[in-house]
Design a protein around this ligand. Structure first.
Ligand code: KG4
Ligand code: ZN
Length: 346
């Protein structure tokens, strides 16, 4: 076993199973990311319109060994070349987390590897650092299917939560509205596609709540869309049935208005933080929602106008992945922050 305090080269196997992606990646302390293997379960959950926890756990169990093999093969390494297992241990779906964690512990115990538990959100926060050398302190806007939060980041593993969603996450708002207007899952990319058809115009001015706070509240947006549909006779609140009088154009206008409202909410929070934290030189936008090209371009414009650098991860590091988990594992190893086999999901 290597002595990690003397910073010699080492290899990390990252494992991520917090939701509906079964992922493994290899990170070399000297060369960076060597592989990033992902099995997305989206198709399994599509017919239910959202993630079914029991289905997710079973798929993780089935795919985990194959994905780990793939990550090692792509990295041109064998399990014996791995020194550390970095595994997402929270937060997430309990059954899903347990599959990854038990797998990681099994390997760590039987193959005598070190183990490091990684907070999934910390993985997202530093995902933009995988490919970029971002100067600290920076602001990190995290937006995914499960979380929406703004952080003030001062160093590797060192960050302060400024505000977070009090109800739905942004990705969840996209997913719910998409389902409501009869479009598919996951909603984010579909809403983006529909909004593009009408040039991202704001037709219905949905609310932008909590403009004086760093916290987010997004459930009201879904309710605003719901009542807008009801008032126009496109949705029956009692039967929960969408009328077939709603046209594709109306759906596009709703999608576009929703996207504009969410983009505005992000801009309002960033502008507030720019005023308060004048030492901030950069902004990172991360998580599944940061795959959205419209929001990216709007936030980039705002940052440029405010003299801040703007970073987003490559698409493969926006949605859930194990590369970001292995990356966090790398700096935790350098900080000598290892865990024992008692590591749990809480
Ligand atoms: O980070 P992620 O893969 O998983 C969680 O940790 O939740 O994020 C998934 C979320 C979903 O809600 C999905 O609708 C959203 O990211 N998403 C998008 C886009 N692609 C994925 N939202 C907006 N625009 C996109 N292009
Ligand atoms: Zn995530």
């Amino acid at each position: 076993m290597k002595n990690f305090n003397n910073l010699g080269n080492f290899n990390i196997l990252g494992i991520e199973t917090s939701c509906d992606e079964t992922a493994a990646a290899v990170y070399s302390s000297s060369k960076g990311i060597l592989s990033n293997a992902i099995y997305s379960q989206i198709e399994l959950h599509q017919k239910y319109g959202g993630v079914v926890p029991e289905v997710a756990s079973r798929a993780h169990l089935e795919k985990m060994p194959l994905i780990i093999d793939q990550a090692l093969t792509e990295a041109k390494l064998k399990l014996e070349d791995i020194d550390i297992i970095a595994v997402t241990n929270k937060p997430g779906l309990a059954g899903s987390l347990l599959i990854g964690l038990c797998y990681a512990k099994g390997i760590a115990w039987s193959e005598n590897k070190k183990i490091i538990g990684v907070n999934h959100l910390e993985g997202h926060i530093f995902s933009a650092c995988i490919e970029n050398n971002i100067e600290f302190p920076f602001l990190c806007l995290t937006a995914s299917g499960g979380h929406t939060a703004l952080y003030y980041v001062t160093g590797y593993g060192d960050y302060k939560l400024l505000g977070q969603t009090l109800d739905d996450a942004v990705g969840e708002a996209f997913d719910k509205v998409s389902k409501l207007i009869g479009l598919g899952y996951p909603g984010g990319p579909i809403i983006e596609r529909y909004a593009a058809q009408v040039n991202f115009k704001d037709f219905f001015q949905y609310p932008r709540p909590l403009s004086n706070s760093y916290d987010f509240s997004l459930s009201g947006l879904k309710t605003a869309v719901l009542y807008h549909l009801k008032e126009n006779g496109w949705y029956n609140l009692e039967t929960k049935i969408l009328s077939n009088t709603i046209t594709e154009l109306i759906k596009q206008e709703i999608a576009s208005s929703l996207l504009c409202a969410i983009t505005d909410i992000f801009k309002i929070k960033l502008k507030k933080a720019f005023k308060e934290f004048s030492d901030i030189k950069s902004v990172a936008f991360v998580g599944g929602v940061s795959a959205n090209k419209y929001i990216r371009s709007q936030l980039k414009d705002l940052c440029e106008k405010s003299n801040k650098k703007f970073y987003v991860p490559s698409i493969e590091y926006c949605t859930d992945n194990a590369a970001m988990i292995a990356f966090v594992g790398n700096y935790k190893a350098l900080q000598n922050k290892f865990d024992s086999l008692e590591l749990d999901i809480f």
